[in-house]
Design a protein around this ligand. Structure first.
Ligand code: F6R
Length: 365
């Protein structure tokens, strides 16, 4: 059942290239220059006219939502807010009929997310779901929605469901942009990049041995800092969450520029800092953030784009991933971070599939 892998989590990480194909199948119509999202087709016009989109979710699904915010705002130019479902539901939130509320949930059963969806519905918002489990409560109660088709996720730490959610949000951003905010040619370009993704993800999985070696060196660290900017800021949060939940090492994710507003005080020779430093619009800025950490003797592990020379000059370890444009990178950069968390946890003897105190779906608040 684990398909030859030692743990479900590792199997699910390695399934990601094929899951990416499954998520896109029948939806990405490259020749036609469009995406076809059956579950929301009838509502697409209303979605495009939304004054605002609010995304509600918990945990890893909330991180996917943050990437969704960047994607939808960049391409579709519709204002997006991302909220923890647990905060949204108790805040008497200001939402109404001009708003679209998107709830994201792998299990489709998370209590807070379900309650947020019911609140949004009562207030007259159009509610849309992005769920993995078919027929789940959230999927049934939303007006429209899409399934991620990532297949059953058994490992408690969410991996393939996350990449599937982000691809859904990417496709949604394209659907909302078409005929409005981006040209046909741009859509073709973006969809081509999306279609190239599984092959790139596959190449990253080949780095498993290198990542395990890095894990070996850092497995006894007491703390980790994860830093990224733009599209990779939510990936920094996700990388830190993965490490916390399965290895029980304290880790924090931050937008890299926020470092000097506090976390920089933590940096010394015992602090590993993971930088996501791919070649996109935030690259130059992140290089200077790496220098700041280096000059305080922090130990830098960087995720960089293939062909990059600058990062190697500054970092102790570099994991090179295939080049991709900014909006696509989170789908690639997250993979080495999943593997790093996995290896650190297994090297420390932790039960990665069933970490302590955690349940696969949180059906109580
Ligand atoms: C992290 C993790 C949790 C879930 C969260 C939401 O690896 O698994 O943070 O992401 O409990 O669950 P869903 O997506 O099922 O609503």
């Amino acid at each position: 059942e684990k398909g030859g892998f030692e743990h479900f989590m590792l199997k699910e990480i390695f399934e990601q290239p094929s899951v990416m194909h499954d998520v896109m199948r029948g939806r990405v119509r490259l020749e036609e220059g469009r995406v076809c999202l059956g579950g929301i087709e009838d509502y697409l016009d209303r979605l495009k006219q939304a004054k605002r989109i609010v995304i509600c979710a918990c945990g890893t699904s909330w991180h996917a939502g943050l990437i969704g915010e960047y994607l939808i705002e960049e391409f579709a130019r519709i204002p997006v807010e991302v909220d923890y479902a647990s905060e949204f539901r108790y805040r008497n939130p200001i939402v109404g009929k001009d708003d679209v509320v998107i709830v994201i949930s792998q299990s489709g059963e998370t209590a807070d997310t379900l309650a947020a969806l019911r609140t949004a519905k009562e207030k007259g918002a159009l509610v849309m779901g992005i769920c993995n489990v078919v027929g789940s409560t959230i999927a049934r109660e939303t007006l429209c929605g899409m399934y991620t088709h990532a297949g059953p996720e058994v490992g408690v730490a969410s991996t393939k469901a996350f990449t599937a959610q982000v691809i859904m949000l990417y496709m949604l951003a394209m659907a909302l942009s078409k005929g409005r905010t981006i040209s046909h040619d741009e859509i073709i370009l973006n969809l081509t990049e999306l279609a190239d993704l599984p092959a790139k993800a596959d190449r990253i999985l080949n780095l498993d041995g290198q990542i395990r070696d890095i894990a070996e060196r850092f497995k006894d660290a007491k703390n980790f800092l994860y830093l990224g900017r733009g599209y990779n800021f939510p990936v920094a949060l996700e990388g830190a969450l993965k490490l916390k939940e399965i290895s029980y090492i304290h880790a924090e994710g931050y937008p890299a520029a926020e470092m000097k507003h506090g976390p920089i005080a933590l940096i010394d020779e015992d602090m590993p800092v993971i930088f996501i430093a791919t070649r996109d619009s935030t690259y130059a800025k992140i290089l200077s953030n790496i220098e700041e950490v280096r000059s305080r003797k922090g130990r830098v592990i960087a995720i960089a784009s293939e062909g990059d020379k600058e990062v190697a000059r500054l970092a102790e370890h570099v994991i090179y991933i295939p080049q991709a444009s900014g909006p696509i990178t989170p789908l690639l950069t997250v993979i080495p971070l999943q593997l790093l968390a996995y290896h650190i946890a297994t090297l420390r003897g932790c039960n990665v599939d069933r970490p302590r105190n955690l349940a696969k779906s949180v059906t109580v608040e």
